[in-house]
Ligand binder design. Structure first.
Ligand code: ADP
Length: 161
């Protein structure tokens, strides 16, 4: 049984995240989408809102579960029995940081392996922070996020003129 975890902030979830979830759920027996409860970070959506949006998005993929965690990822992985971390790589700028984190996690727990999926070219420019920025200026975000979340994101964004 290969149980993997795809951790992130998902604030908000984008087509880039959705693509990684769909592709990795086809590779592993079970995929846990782990929403990070990062209290130091000023997030647009609360933890519960991010979890429920991801549950809505993945409801038709039977081997995907959505959960939240705080603290060290490797510690959470012990509690949920996952040994594989899935991360998306967009550009070389992601690489340096991701390599460091992957190696640190492996040192913390040698059973933990990180698997990288290269971004779908269509979404290589896309990040949650770009979506938040565009929404804040009233830009069209329908190309970046699933349709059911567009209004919720505008609703949370204070439109800057
Ligand atoms: P973001 O970087 O968009 O704020 P997260 O911190 O939630 O998102 O990132 C969670 C994971 O999703 C990371 O591995 C990140 O590289 C990956 N990811 C984010 N956006 C994309 C994308 N457009 N294509 C592929 N992977 C992505």
């Amino acid at each position: 049984m290969r149980r993997a975890i795809y951790p992130g902030s998902f604030d908000p979830v984008t087509f880039g995240h959705q693509d990684i979830i769909e592709r990795s759920s086809a590779i592993f027996d079970e995929l846990i989408v782990g929403v990070l409860n990062n209290s130091a970070k000023n997030s647009l959506f609360s933890l519960d809102e991010r979890v429920s949006m991801l549950r809505e998005l993945t409801k038709d993929i039977p081997n995907v579960k959505v959960d939240s965690f705080d603290g060290l990822l490797v510690d959470y992985m012990k509690t949920c029995g996952a040994t594989i971390i899935v991360r998306g790589l967009r550009a070389v700028t992601d690489f340096e940081y991701e390599l460091q984190i992957a190696q640190t996690n492996h040192v913390e727990n040698p059973e933990v392996e990180t698997v990288f999926l290269t971004t779908n070219l269509k979404y290589s420019y896309l990040s949650s922070s770009v979506v938040r920025e565009f929404a804040a200026y009233g830009g069209d975000i329908s190309k970046f996020v699933p349709a059911q979340f567009v209004d919720r994101i505008y609703g949370k964004s204070k439109i800057k003129k």
